[in-house]
Structure formats: C-alpha cells, structure tokens
Design a protein around this ligand. Structure first.
Ligand code: AMP
Ligand code: MG
Length: 488
C-alpha cells in the first residue's frame, strides 16, 4: 500500500515565492511518487534547524520525501535553466530529475528551497528517466554534511530514500531519491535560460527576485543587474576560496551548477584531494582537467563572465558600458578570491597578521607538498603537531628550508597556542575517497552502518577523535587512482 492511499497530505507551512512571483519561469509539475519507498537516512540535525513540525515530517517522511505525498500547501514545479557544460552552451537544461516542493524557513527566518532529486521525469528530462540511484544520493548526503561541518556554504540533504525500483545505468542499481535544502536553486544558468531567449521581461523579474531573496541589502540601488553580478562575484569568490582551503574538488563547475547564493550545490563527481597536486581531476568525464583542483578559481571567473554576458542588456543601454561593468565585476571576483584564499592559507599556517612574504611562503609549501606527494589535509595537521612537540614533521631537506622560514615568520608566540589555533582551521577528517566508496558499497549491499559511522566522524572534522585514527588516513596504495562519476 502506498503512502498516498493512507494519508491525507499534511501542511508543512510552506511558502511558494518562486511559484507565485515567477510565473512563466517554470513548469508546474507534481511528482508521481514511487510504489515502495523506504527512508534510508533522515537528517534530524537539519530537521531540528527548520521551522517545520518535526513530528509531522517524521510521520510522513516516506511519502513527503519520495514525492508520493505532496504537502497540501505545496506548489510543486520544475525550474527552467540553461547552462554552459564543459564550455559548451545548452540553451535548455532545467530540472530534469528534480522538483521544487516549496520553501521553508529555519528558526532564524532564513528561507530555503525544499527540493526532491531523483523523483522522476519532468518536462525538462530530455529523454532521461529523471531518476537517481542510491550511491550518488548517499554521496550527496555525506559530502553536503561534511562540507557543512567544515563551515563551507552548501546545500544539505534532509532525507535519502530508496524507491523500491531498479534503475538501469551500466548495471541494475537500486533507485533512490533525496530531499535537499538549499538557500535557493537559482543558478547562473537560470539567468542564461532567459537571456538566450532574449526574454528581457523574465530576466528582469528573475534579477529582482534573486536580489531580494539573497542580497536584500542591495535592493533599491540604481542598477539591480549590476548589484546582483557584484554580489555573486563576492559570494562565489568566497565559496571557491573555501573549497581550495579544505581541498574540495567540485568536479562539474558548469554554469548550471553555480548558485547565485554562493552555496555549493549539485554534488556529482566531487571528491577531496589527497596527495597535493593541483592538476587532480577525479571525474571520469573531465578528460581535459577543466575542473581540476587548481583550476577552480579561474573557472569561477569564467562562469561569472557568462553571468555578465547574460545580464549585458540589463546592465547599460550602451554595450561598451555594460562590458566595462562586467570587467569591473570580474576584477572584484579576482581580488576577493585572492584575498580570501591568501587569508585562509595564512590561517592554515597559524599566521594572524598579513606580511608581504606570505604569498611566497604559501606557494613554496604547496610546491614542496606537490613534489613530495604529501597529503594536503594531513600536512597542515602535522605542521601543528611538529610545533607542539618541537619536532620536524617531514625529513627532507626541501622541507627543512621552508620550515625555518615559517618558524621565523611565526615569531615569538607560544608554539602550542599557534598549533591549537591551526587545528581549528585545518581539518583532521575529510571524506577520504576509499572510505566514501566503502561506505556507499556497504549501503548498496544493505548495511548502512559504515555510512552512519563515517557521517558521525565527519560531523566533527577539527576534533581529534580517539579510536578514529583510520578515518584520518589517506587511501592505501592498493586503492589505486581514484575516479568519480556523474551519477546520472
Ligand atoms: P547534473 O549533471 O546533475 O547537474 O545535470 C545536468 C542536467 O541533466 C540537468 O538538467 C539535469 O536535470 C539533467 N539530468 C541529469 N540526470 C538526469 C536523468 N537521469 N534524467 C533526466 N534528466 C537528468
Ligand atoms: Mg546540475
């Protein structure tokens, strides 16, 4: 028996500002649900942050999050968007396997989308089945929680379910669906969709809506399109600089995956870097390394340029003036990115003030790490350990030279104090690739235990957790080179 036949739809206290204010920018669409959904994981910590009746959500979780039971106050819809994928423009993407259920708030009054992903085909599916499978659904859950605990702006998964269906990819796989919570799903690609159609009226509504929703402090200024472009420049620069500090590779930084809010979204072939190498690109479809670790800052700028292009006609009547505004916004992006990144790297090295030589100090450490094949995450923890015990964390001569420069730069401050500060910003636990794969494999085989254990460890990434040493270690060599997949 399905949920829908035994329950009348509850109200969740949803708003529907996207549906109400942006008619014509989406297709109303009700998910069909699944015959035998089962909740695999419910994010109670996230649920507790939301201003919804948790008891109602828990009671109806299976129906609500599989799409079988659409809340009485929902106006479900599939959003239209376009996007540059690996550099090539697709004028129509859209929610091909996602449905926006409505908007909820947290206890601080901040608004979030509640979206289902993997809930079945929509008018934007372009021949796809609109479905998802358990591995990628749980990966998105785990990665989102890890990023959240690391302090990186991100969408989060509220619930992951199996659908009871078999989904065919290269293999027969367990079908799954997730419910996610994001500040919004407005993307650079959303603007591009209407710009490509020369639909100025929709573009304008979208710009006004986006500004009001994400940057209300900028509403009322003379040029809303310019305000939005500059705000996104700052938000994305901050976001990508944070990715670089924690070693995160998004893997598919297409403009449809770039949010206007500055949150990480659309976890597909993402993974954390292990041995430091800026050319690392795990994704099986990223043949050229376009979205490699070290390219992410530049790709962010490229994506922002596409946003500028989409807004060109709105920015100024004269194209030359509009182009100058885009160029200025790109400069804002570059300057913000470099400043936030350098500041973060200073923090990782325990430095509090800024000195001109810091840039070279950071670059030379990274270069040494690359040459030595050292682990990006653990190197910073070992630097702190070495400070605490007054030992040399790495033996080679290249490191010794760098270490004396660093120690001189640290000056007279108590080393134990510096080390303690470093450990607040350098994680000990990241989602190690081999552990993620093992946890997902176990879950697919029916054992959710390793997933839950890993999730628990990653909830406190900066704290040493006795007995959890194995969770901090890089992949053993027999794990081999890592590859990730888009999970469609
Ligand atoms: P993604 O790579 O997940 O960001 O998706 C890129 C585009 O492909 C989006 O428009 C998705 O909605 C669409 N898409 C991905 N997988 C599927 C699928 N299984 N069925 C239909 N559309 C899909
Ligand atoms: Mg996407």
């Amino acid at each position: 028996m399905t949920e829908i036949s035994v329950s009348s739809p509850p109200r969740l206290g949803l708003d529907n500002t996207y549906a109400d204010e942006l008619e014509g920018l989406y297709v109303p669409f009700t998910p069909r649900g699944f015959p035998s959904p089962v909740v695999v994981q419910l994010n109670r910590a996230l649920l507790a942050e939301l201003a919804v009746d948790a008891a109602v959500v828990e009671t109806h979780a299976t129906g609500l999050f599989s799409g079988s039971l659409v809340p009485a106050d929902a106006k479900p819809l599939a959003q239209a968007y376009a996007g540059h994928q690996f550099g090539g423009f697709s004028p129509q993407l859209g929610d091909g396997r996602a449905v926006l259920i409505g908007e909820i708030k947290d206890h601080l009054g901040r608004r979030y989308d509640l979206q289902l992903k993997g809930s079945g085909a929509t008018p934007f599916s372009r021949g796809g089945d609109g479905k998802a499978t358990l591995g990628p659904i749980l990966r998105e859950y785990l990665m989102g929680e890890a990023m959240h605990s690391l302090g990186v702006p991100t969408s989060r998964v509220l619930a992951a379910l199996t659908t009871g269906e078999t989904v065919w990819r290269n293999d027969a796989l367990p079908g799954a669906v997730l419910a996610r919570v994001a500040s919004s799903h407005l993307r650079v690609g959303t603007l591009q969709f209407f710009a490509a159609r020369r639909d100025q009226a929709s573009l304008k509504r979208l710009v006004d809506y986006s500004l009001a929703r994400h940057y209300p402090e900028r509403v009322g200024a003379e040029n809303p399109a310019l305000q939005l472009l500059q705000a996104v420049a700052v938000a994305q620069a901050n976001l990508i600089a944070r990715w670089m500090q924690v070693g995160f590779i998004h893997g598919v930084m297409n403009t449809d995956n770039v949010t206007l809010s500055g949150e990480t979204i659309d976890y597909g072939p993402c993974a954390f870097i292990e041995a430091y190498d800026p050319t690392t690109a795990y994704s099986s479809i990223d043949h050229q390394g376009r979205y490699a670790f070290g390219n992410q800052g530049a790709i962010g700028q490229w994506n922002l340029a596409r946003m500028g292009e989409a807004l060109l006609t709105m920015l100024a009547p004269e194209e030359a003036d509009a182009i100058a505004m885009v160029e200025a916004a790109l400069q804002v992006y570059v300057r913000t990115y470099q400043a936030v990144l350098l500041d973060g790297m200073r923090g990782k090295l325990g430095l509090v003030d800024a000195q001109p030589e810091d840039q070279a100090l950071v670059a030379d450490l990274l270069q040494w790490m690359h040459g030595a094949g050292e682990d990006y995450t653990l190197t910073f923890r070992r630097l702190a350990d070495g400070l605490k015990d007054d030992t040399r964390p790495f033996c080679d001569a290249g490191f010794a030279g760098w270490q004396s420069r660093w120690l001189a730069r640290l000056g007279a401050e108590d080393h134990a104090q510096v080390a303690a500060r470093m450990n607040l910003t350098n994680p000990l636990y990241i989602p190690r690739n081999h552990l993620v794969e093992a946890a997902l494999d176990a879950a697919i085989a029916g054992d959710i235990g390793p997933f839950e254990t890993l999730l628990a460890v990653l909830a406190s990434p900066y704290d040493t957790q006795p007995g959890r040493e194995a969770f901090a270690a890089p992949a053993p060599s027999e794990f081999g080179p890592y590859r990730t997949f888009c999970g469609t």
